[in-house]
Design a protein around this ligand. Sequence first.
Ligand code: NDP
Length: 260
Amino acid sequence: MNRFQDQTVVVTGGNKGIGYAIAERFAQEGANLVIASIEPQVEEAADALAKHGTRVIPLVCDVTDIDAVKALYDCCENTFGTVDVSVQNAGIITIAKVEDLTEREWDATMDVNTKGVFLCCQEAIRRMRKSGNGGRLINTASGQARDGFIFTPHYAASKFGVMGLTQSLAKEVAMDAITVNAICPGIIRTEMWEYNDRVWGKMLGDFKPGELMESWVQNIPMKRAGSGSDVAGLVAFLASKDADYITGQTINVDGGLIMS
Ligand code: NDP
C-alpha cells in the first residue's frame, strides 16, 4: 500500500521505540517525514528510515520548548510545503511512591506528555488551517489514560490530559477537515518498558528483569506484549482516508488488556 504518497508526516519521539515504528510505517507507505527527538541520534534513525525511499528530515527538538516546536513545523512547511499528519508521540515516565515523587518529576512529566502534545497540535493546526487541505493529528496517550496504575499518578494524570485535549481540539477543528484522535498503547516492548519492568518490578516485589512484564502479559487476553508495529498499524489507519469520519476518539491498542 502507498496510502501516504506525497504526504508529509511529523513524528515526535520518532528516533526509537513506538515512534520509530510509526515513522517506518509512514515511510514504507510513501510519506516524507520530519522526525524529532531530544538526542542527536535522531540523525541515525533518519538515515535508516530514508532507506525506504522517501525524504526524512531529523530534528533535535524538545517538545516542551515553544520556539523549538515552532521551528520543527517551520522546517516541515519550508521543506515539504505542507503538514498533512502530525503524530504527538514523545513521552516520558518515572515511577515513584507518592511520598517520594518530586515536584520536578510531576512538572517534567506534564510538560512533555501533555504540554508537548498541545504545543505540537497548536503549530500543526495553524498550518493545516492555513493550507485549507485538512489534516490528521494523532496523540499518544496510554492505557493509563483509562486506568491509572500504582506509583505513576503524574504519568496517569498527564495521559488523561491527552485524552481531554484530544476531544476538545477535535470539536474545535472538525469543520476544517482536521481530525484529532488519541491512541492508548498497552504493554509495548521498548526502552520505556525496560525501565518500567526494572523499577516497578523492584517496587512491587522481588521480580527479576523481565518477570514483571511476563506476569502482566498473562493478564492480556492475547497473552503477548505489543510491538511498535502493532501501534503503527492503528496510527496509519487513523491517518488514512478510511478514517475520514473518525475524530475525538481514544482507541486502545493493547491485545484486549483494557476493554473500556
Ligand atoms: P521510548 O522511551 O522508547 O521513547 C520515547 C521517545 O520520546 C524518544 O524518542 C525520546 O527522545 C522522546 N522524547 C522524550 N522527551 C522528549 C522531549 N522533551 N522532546 C522530544 N522528544 C522527547 O518510549 P516508547 O516508545 O515506549 O513510548 C512512546 C510513547 O508511547 C510515549 O508517549 C509513551 O508514554 C507512550 N506509551 C508507551 C507504552 C509502552 O508500553 N512502551 C505504553 C503506553 C504509552 P530521545 O530518545 O531523544 O530521548
